[in-house]
Design a protein around this ligand. Structure first.
Ligand code: FA5
Ligand code: MG
Length: 394
C-alpha cells in the first residue's frame, strides 16, 4: 500500500427511509419508550411533500446553497432528504463527542428503540456517516424526535436541516501548528448563513449569539428579530477537528449548522401553531404552492376545553413532565394543545409531592363535545395511575 492515508475510514451504509419498518419501532425492550402516536408520524416526510410549507422552505434553502457554490466555484452541495430516522445511538451522540452523562441522552428526552438504536434527535446524527461516504459539502434534511413539553411551538417530532462544508484546500501544511477554530472557515459560515436568511426572509434584523455545542468550537446561534422578539433559528460552528479526523479528513477544517424548519416556516408563513404542519385538512393543505411564500389564512378555531388533574407522586417511581405529555398525546393525539404544570408542592409532614397539571384540549379540525373530552381525560387519569402509581386528588 503506497500512498494510502492511514485514516481512510470505511464507508458505512446509508440507511434510507424505505428500509425502515415502522411496526418494528415499538418492541419489548427495557430501553424502548416509543409510543404509537410517535410511530404514526414516522414516514410522513412532510419535508418532501409537494406544496407543504416545510418543503417549500427546504427547497428555497437548497437553491440558495446551490447558487452560492456556483458563484464561488465551490463544491456542489449534495442533497439528502430520505435517510432513515432510525440511527445508532453512537451516531446521534458519541460520534459527535457528546459526553456519556449529557442530559439529552436521558430517557425523558430521547426516544430509544433498544440499547443500540434510537430515533434521531437531530440531523447531526448523519454527519459522520456522510463524511465517511466521501461527501464534503452536503445538506441533509429529516424528521427529528425529542420527548418534549407540549405547546404552540413544541412538538415531539419536528424537522431539521443539517449543512456541512469541509475545505480540503484549507488544510494546514504538514507539521504546522494546529489550531481549532479556523477564522476563514468561521467567516464563510457566517456569510453563508446571513445570506441564506436574506434570501429566504428578505432583509431582516439578525444577530449572532455565542453558544456551546460539543461538536463545534467556536459555536454560535443565529437569531432573527420577528414580531417584536428575537427568535433562535439555528445552531452552528466550526467542526471539532476530531470529528473530521475520525472521518478520514485529517486536518481539513469544516463548518456545520443545524436549523429548525418549523421555526422558519412559522415565521415566514405566519403559522401560529406547530400542530398545523401535520394537518390533513384541505383548509390547511390547500393554501400553499411550491415556490411561493404566502401568508397563512386562519380558519375557524374550535372551542378549547380545559381540564385539570392533580395527584400525589409515588416516591418510588420516577416521573417527569414529559412522561405526562406522552400519556396525554397517546390518549388525545393532536387534540391536546397544551400541558402546563400549574402547582407543585411537598407536604411538610408526609414529605409527599403533589403536582397539578392543566391540560388544554382543542381540535384543529373538528368540534368535540364535553362528554368526549371527559372520556379522553378519564383515560389520561387512569393511565397515570397504571403507569406511575400516582394517587389522584382531582
Ligand atoms: C441542534 O440540534 C444541533 N444539532 C444544531 C447544530 C448542528 C449545531 C451543527 C452546530 C452544528 P438545537 O437543539 O439548538 O441544536 O436545535 C437546532 C434548531 O432546531 C434550533 O435552533 C431550532 O430552530 C430547532 N428546534 C430545536 N428544538 C425545537 C423544538 N422543540 N421545536 C421546533 N424547533 C426546534
Ligand atoms: Mg438551541
Amino acid at each position: 500500500m503506497y500512498n494510502m492515508r492511514a485514516s481512510t475510514a470505511e464507508a458505512p451504509v446509508l440507511d434510507r427511509m424505505d428500509s425502515l419498518k415502522p411496526n418494528e419501532l415499538i418492541k419489548d425492550d427495557p430501553m424502548n419508550n416509543i409510543s404509537p402516536a410517535i410511530v404514526e408520524r414516522v414516514g410522513r416526510s412532510l419535508h418532501t411533500m409537494p406544496n407543504h410549507p416545510l418543503s417549500i422552505i427546504k427547497q428555497k434553502i437548497e437553491t440558495y446553497f446551490t447558487e452560492r457554490s456556483k458563484k464561488q466555484n465551490g463544491a456542489e452541495f449534495m442533497i439528502f432528504d430520505d435517510l432513515s430516522p432510525k440511527v445508532k445511538i453512537t451516531a446521534n451522540f458519541d460520534d459527535l463527542l457528546i459526553p456519556p452523562d449529557h442530559v439529552s441522552r436521558s430517557a425523558s428526552d430521547t426516544y430509544y428503540i433498544d440499547d443500540e438504536t434510537m430515533l434521531r434527535g437531530h440531523t447531526s446524527a448523519h454527519q459522520a456517516s456522510l463524511l465517511k461516504n466521501g461527501h464534503d459539502s452536503f445538506l441533509c434534511t429529516g424528521d427529528v424526535y425529542r420527548r418534549d413539553e407540549i405547546d404552540a411551538s413544541h412538538y415531539p417530532v419536528f424537522h431539521q436541516m443539517e449543512g456541512v462544508r469541509v475545505f480540503p484546500e484549507k488544510a494546514p501544511p504538514e507539521g504546522s501548528e494546529k489550531i481549532q477554530g479556523n477564522k476563514e472557515v468561521e467567516a464563510d459560515l457566517k456569510d453563508a448563513l446571513e445570506g441564506m436568511v436574506d434570501a429566504v426572509f428578505g432583509p431582516v434584523e439578525k444577530r449572532w449569539v455565542d453558544a456551546y455545542f460539543p461538536f463545534t468550537e467556536p459555536s454560535f446561534e443565529l437569531e432573527i428579530y420577528y414580531n417584536d422578539k428575537w427568535l433562535e433559528v439555528l445552531g452552528c460552528g466550526v467542526m471539532q477537528q476530531d470529528i473530521l479526523r475520525r472521518a478520514g479528513r485529517g486536518e481539513q477544517p469544516g463548518w456545520a449548522f443545524g436549523l429548525g424548519l418549523e421555526r422558519l416556516a412559522m415565521v415566514l408563513f405566519n403559522i401560529p401553531d406547530i400542530r398545523l404542519f401535520w394537518s390533513q385538512d384541505e383548509r390547511f393543505t390547500g393554501q400553499f404552492k411550491d415556490g411561493e411564500i404566502t401568508e397563512f389564512k386562519p380558519f375557524s378555531k374550535y372551542p378549547a376545553a380545559t381540564r385539570d388533574v392533580s395527584f400525589w407522586l409515588d416516591p418510588a417511581k420516577s416521573f417527569h413532565q414529559n412522561d405526562l405529555c406522552e400519556v396525554v398525546r397517546g390518549k388525545a393525539g393532536d387534540l391536546v394543545e397544551k400541558v402546563e404544570l400549574v402547582d407543585e408542592f411537598t407536604h411538610p409532614k408526609t414529605n409527599r409531592t403533589s403536582n397539578m397539571f392543566r391540560i388544554v384540549y382543542c381540535s384543529l379540525d373538528k368540534t368535540f363535545t364535553s362528554d368526549e373530552v371527559n372520556v379522553i381525560h378519564d383515560g389520561v387519569r387512569e393511565e397515570l395511575v397504571a403507569n406511575f402509581n400516582v394517587e389522584l386528588r382531582i
